[in-house]
Design a protein around this ligand. Sequence first.
Ligand SMILES: [Zn+2]
Length: 74
Amino acid sequence: MTTPGFGAFSSAVARAMAEVRRQHCQPPTYRPTETQRGTIRCTRCGGNLTYSASAIDGRTTGRCSSAGCLKWSD
Ligand SMILES: [Zn+2]
């Protein structure tokens, strides 16, 4: 988690990350069989949030299309 700050912003990041993990990082491996990319609805502004989930290590990244909105890389 590289996003600074707390409160509504970081919890929105946490929810977005959880959504990507729920879709692609399930037990027992906690990573997709092939690297996944896609979009989900941004948990902060409702816009398009582009994400990726790595097949190599299960890391996720995400970035909202709205300027200054959600962005993470774990
Ligand atoms: Zn957003």
